[in-house]
Design a protein around this ligand. Structure first.
Ligand code: ADP
Ligand code: GN1
Ligand code: MG
Length: 359
């Protein structure tokens, strides 16, 4: 992206100091992220181009993020580090619209580390503490939140999109994907059964993050402890099980999300235990019996949903996720499916661990 344009956008925000340079950062699949470095002692910032195809109501999304971060700030001991700080535009709005795109800025939190993969149980434990604490801090948040992406983790809605995409077959790929499609179809009923428990209220809803992969957590460099959850674009009301399940999908994978070598991909039960231990250390006391009963299943649920979403995007002609090569979404589908099978094989053990840790 053109530097001049980035400088022009960044200078419309109420940032301190003089902008020295702006550099691309991060590997997110949805937004484009840049670090704005300022001269001298002024803070640095994160500038993001928000994907308005994925997020149709960016102003509503920024309102959510502002409300949630203000709520957290009022409760924590270090409000500038333990959550994001949204920097408004000079006109007071929480975003800048350049005619084509929406942009937003937050403070860059220094002395932090983020990871693409959990390389130790200690890190997975900290990640679990981070999301457990995030949910606990927001347990008494009582303002309505905008639904930034319709039916984000609602598998009934995902199946509706899925059926429409397969019927339309816009890229002509369905005929070559019968095996992969059967992976999704054969699990339709069990996934809808889980979701119906959320629909009836048997599993309660709370304010949740909804995108808890490891790269969306910042860790404090000096102590190695978890600092905060970032990437708050999808904060909405949902079941807290989705946050647990999405994290399990991410932290326990012994391979990469898009590993071409499926032998690399398994669910590490050691990482599962460590993450669950950290999460339950914050959440155990407030969880309902139904949440505990379905906690282990949530890993399978979100991993299944990700198989469906990657495959659906491939069938749709790669419109949602950024791809680095032609069949990237198919490679992602196969790797996630391998992970799902690994979870299914180890499911009894996952349930036993949850039972042991919930006592
Ligand atoms: P995306 O939506 O593209 O995933 P994120 O908001 O997750 O973007 O940011 C991408 C990466 O940028 C994060 O994984 C993290 O390493 C870094 N990052 C984001 N926000 C901050 C921040 N406020 N302070 C420090 N690093 C950050
Ligand atoms: C996307 O934005 P990012 O890269 O943190 C996606 C998640 C997927 C994830 C798969 C808004 O997350 O739902 O699980 O990719 N975010 C959105 O890696 O769709
Ligand atoms: Mg992210």
């Amino acid at each position: 992206m053109n530097q001049e344009k980035l400088f022009e956008i960044a200078s419309q925000f109420a940032i301190e100091g003089e902008i020295a340079e702006i550099n691309a950062l991060g590997e997110g699949f949805i937004n484009d992220t840049f670090v704005v470095t300022t001269a001298g002692a002024a803070p640095n910032y994160i500038l993001q181009r928000k994907n308005h195809i994925v997020f149709p109501d960016v102003p509503g999304m920024m309102d959510n993020i502002k409300a949630v971060t203000e709520h957290i700030k009022a409760k924590v001991s270090d409000p500038m580090r333990e959550t994001l700080t949204i920097i408004p535009a000079k006109d007071g709005k929480l975003y800048v619209q350049d005619g084509e795109n929406f942009w937003a800025v937050c403070l860059f939190i220094p002395d932090t580390a983020s990871y693409d993969r959990a390389d130790s149980p200690a890190l997975a434990y900290q990640g679990g503490v981070g999301i457990g604490r995030f949910q606990a801090l927001l347990a008494d948040f009582d303002k309505p939140l905008n639904e930034t992406i319709k039916g984000f983790h609602n598998i009934r809605w995902r199946f509706q999109q899925w059926d429409e995409t397969i019927a339309a077959d816009p890229a002509g790929r369905v005929k070559d994907l019968q095996e992969e499609i059967s992976w999704v179809e054969s699990r339709r009923e069990e996934m809808l059964t889980f979701w119906s428990k959320v629909e009836t209220g048997e599993i309660p809803t709370h304010v949740t993050h909804n995108d808890t992969k490891i790269s969306n957590i910042l860790f404090d460099k000096p102590t190695g402890k978890v600092l905060c959850a970032i990437d708050l674009d999808t904060v909405m009301s949902s079941t807290s099980l989705n946050d647990f399940g999405d994290a399990i999908r991410s932290y326990t994978n012994t391979g990469a999300e898009d590993d071409k070598c499926l032998d690399n991909v398994e669910m590490s039960i050691e990482m599962f235990r460590a993450y669950a231990e950290g999460y339950l250390s914050e959440q155990r006391a407030t969880m309902s019996a139904s949440e505990l009963e379905w906690l282990a299943f949530s890993g399978r649920y979100i991993t299944f949903e990700q198989v469906l979403r990657f495959l659906m995007d491939y069938i749709d002609g790669d419109k949602y996720y950024k791809i680095a090569y032609a069949d990237h979404n198919l490679v992602r589908t196969r790797a996630q499916y391998k992970l799902l099978q690994s979870m299914e094989r180890q499911y009894d053990e996952m349930c036993a661990i949850v039972k042991e840790l919930s006592k």
